[in-house]
Write a protein that binds this ligand. Structure first.
Ligand SMILES: [Ca+2]
Ligand SMILES: [Ca+2]
Ligand SMILES: [Ca+2]
Ligand SMILES: [Ca+2]
Length: 275
């Protein structure tokens, strides 16, 4: 409380001059003529997604407002305005902002803009932008657990057999994928490009060599992200090997003597019923 102390002296107008003093105390009473003011008015904060949230976690940010009045006229509390108060809590006394448990999901929403005010209202609400930082909480995903490919046994080395592609919902290194052959590449016929996912033939396939076990080769491909902890997924690539007529024909004695042109001529004569 502010006080002014004055001394007022009264003099006689004519001699003998005498005087008398009086002490005047002026007390200036406070009126509620200041609103709380946020300083600073803009805040930027970031928080890892999937944090437990709640009061046990360190606050995301702390806002601060001051009121130029005194006593009860300077009292206020902090509040978060609008729908964001469902996700973010503010300590009414300290201005500490925390996320309400459970944590935020960057894959759903990457940033929030909070308006923070006081009660009674401030001159202007503070703006707090909260950026949600990525955590590697998503594994790579293949569109289908199995990919089918066909390969002629006549395909030369270097041929593209198939291309696998997975997606990862995270960000940056947490979504950067590398591919590798994890199993089933019996005979070492295939290699995979770690970035493009292209599977290339490096040793030609012989369909006859696969029988009677089957008509194809299964390769298990793994896609791994670059996050910590690393997450991965697999896809099975079933390569059906198509037989080509690469074996010498078994000749029948009756037709052995015919040249191709003779066979055609014979068929033509029969068709014309020439005998
Ligand atoms: Ca005030
Ligand atoms: Ca997430
Ligand atoms: Ca990931
Ligand atoms: Ca994530």
């Amino acid at each position: 409380m502010q006080e002014y102390i004055l001394t007022v002296r009264a003099f006689d107008a004519l001699p003998p001059v005498r005087f008398a003093d009086v002490r005047v105390v002026i007390t200036v009473l406070d009126a509620d003529d200041h609103q709380p003011i946020f300083a600073p008015a803009v805040y930027a904060a970031s928080v890892l997604e999937n944090r437990a949230g709640g009061a046990l976690e360190p606050p995301i940010a702390r806002v601060q407002a001051t009121d130029g009045d005194r006593g009860e006229h300077s009292a206020f509390r902090y509040v978060v305005l609008g729908s964001e108060q469902q996700l973010f809590a503010i300590d009414p006394e300290t201005g500490d902002i925390t996320e309400r448990a459970p944590g935020l999901d960057r894959e759903v929403r990457g940033s929030y803009t909070l308006l923070v005010d006081t009660v009674p209202p401030s001159a202007a609400p503070a703006v707090v932008t909260v950026t949600v930082l990525d955590v590697n909480d998503n594994p790579p995903v293949f569109a289908s657990p199995t990919l089918f490919a066909r390969l002629s046994e006549a395909e030369p080395v270097g041929s593209l057999v198939a291309r696998v592609a997975a997606t990862d919902a995270d960000l940056g290194r947490n979504s950067q994928l590398r591919y590798a052959i994890e199993g089933g590449n019996v005979g070492g016929h295939f290699v995979i490009h770690p970035v493009s996912g292209e599977i290339t033939l490096v040793v030609m396939v012989d369909a006859e060599a696969l029988r009677p076990a089957g008509t194809g080769i299964d390769i298990l491909i793994v896609a791994s992200d670059d996050g910590v902890p690393q997450r991965s997924a697999t896809v099975l690539v079933r390569v059906t090997v198509l037989d080509e007529n690469d074996n010498a024909p078994v000749h029948h004695p009756d037709v052995e003597s015919y040249e191709a042109s003779d066979v055609l001529l014979l068929h033509a004569r029969l068709a014309l019923n020439l005998g």
